[in-house]
Write a protein that binds this ligand. Structure first.
Ligand SMILES: *[C@@H]1O[C@H](CO)[C@@H](O)[C@H](O)[C@H]1NC(C)=O
Ligand SMILES: *[C@@H]1O[C@H](CO)[C@@H](O)[C@H](O)[C@H]1NC(C)=O
Length: 360
């Protein structure tokens, strides 16, 4: 209020005739109209100034460590002899993914195969919607060893208002924290989005002691990407998360990823980007991508998916090859190598699990 006082007191502007609408003893409607106009003008001027600043200044949109990346070291990502021995039996650890619609079935099968190739002793679990996933799709998805685990959909808060509709099912990811309640409890889980592939062993993630560990996002503005999560299932924590869902302030557009960032906030472990090699990084900072590639553990097909088109329509298995080719041509061909890699893994999945797949 006081801030605007000098404007309001400017002589000459407030000499309004007394009348039925204006009584010197009560709040003046003209006065408040005038103030609103002043505020609007100031906001307009500030917004023009800010836009000019953003347009013409050498404003850095991303951290300089990425934009002005230098290859300053040649040092291993991880010294395995320093990984603490897990207190868990391998049966209590699991790689977990989700299958909400049939269109992701081949992706889950390829992910399972890529995990098997790392010789992990951990379990593989796929959480799926029994009402929307067909038997055929579940058969394909589980071909390489994922064990199906039905899950109830967790609805987005506010009936999904403000959310990108593509993320409508993603709050179901919170069910990861209930896996300690299975007859064979999972004590340590590594969640992987179905549009990822393991490029190397990931078992050290089961030994991390924090409630949540995740790699930074390179795409949206929120802190970590929810495509790869290392966590400790805990039904009590799950209940707290469900309660917080109604109270938390977070950008609804980015759904469960924004919620997890708001819920765990400063209390999570930042994983090296090698654990979530988001292909969007290749576009944003190609030199970082090139440096990361050799030690990358997980590749994450965010931007362009080799197994599904941008219309999200299911691609029949016998036409996946065409989809991969098309995906390789998108974005001026920038992801061709990555799409071809997915196809190599998919073809190996077909060959390795042909008996199972022929029965689907
Ligand atoms: C890994 O850590 C062990 C124990 O500190 C050390 O002896 C070894 O040299 C390290 N290996 C590498 C490759 O840094
Ligand atoms: C681990 O799981 C397998 C397969 O379910 C079972 O045969 C084995 O007894 C389990 N071991 C322990 C120690 O729980």
């Amino acid at each position: 209020m006081r801030f605007w006082a000098p404007f309001a007191r400017k002589p000459g502007y407030m000499r309004l005739p007394a009348g039925p609408l204006y009584d010197a003893g009560s709040p003046a409607p003209y006065k408040s109209l005038y103030k609103t106009a002043c505020v609007a003008l100031v906001v307009l001027v500030l917004s023009i100034a800010l836009n000019c600043y953003l347009l013409f200044s050498n404003h850095e949109r991303w951290p300089a460590a990425f934009e002005d990346f230098q290859q300053l070291k040649d040092y291993p990502l991880l010294n395995r002899s320093l990984v603490p021995t897990s207190i868990y039996h391998p049966n209590e650890t699991a790689f977990v993914t989700t299958l909400y619609s049939d269109s992701y079935a081949p992706a889950v099968a390829a992910l399972g195969h890529s995990l098997r190739k790392t010789n992990t002793p951990a379990r593989l679990l796929v959480l799926y919607f029994p009402d929307t996933v067909s038997q055929k799709a579940l058969c394909v998805a589980t071909a390489s060893g994922f064990v199906p685990q039905p899950v109830a959909r967790i609805a987005p808060p506010d009936d999904g208002r403000g959310m990108n509709p593509h993320f409508a099912d993603q709050y179901t990811k919170l069910a990861l924290w209930t896996l300690d309640a299975l007859p064979a409890p999972v004590r340590a889980a590594v969640y992987l989005d179905a549009d990822t592939l393991a490029l190397g062993a990931l078992d050290e993630l089961f030994a991390q002691p924090y409630a949540l560990a995740a790699a930074p996002d390179v795409y949206f503005s929120t802190d970590v990407n929810a495509g790869v999560l290392a966590l400790h299932p805990d039904t009590a924590l799950h209940a707290a998360m469900r309660g917080a869902l109604a109270l938390a302030r977070f950008p609804r557009e980015y759904a469960e990823q924004a919620f997890l960032n708001s819920f765990f906030a400063a209390d999570m472990l930042r994983l090296p980007l090698a654990y979530n090699g988001n292909i969007a990084l290749k576009k944003r900072a190609p030199r970082v991508w090139a440096a990361l590639r050799a030690q990358m553990r997980v590749i994450h097909y965010t931007d362009t998916k080799p197994f599904i088109s941008h219309s999200w329509k299911e691609v029949p298995l016998d036409r996946l090859h065409e989809r991969v080719r098309a995906a390789g041509r998108e974005n001026g061909g920038i992801f061709k190598e990555e799409m071809d890699y997915w196809e190599v893994v998919w073809r190996d999945t077909l060959a390795t699990y042909s008996d199972h797949l022929s029965q689907c």
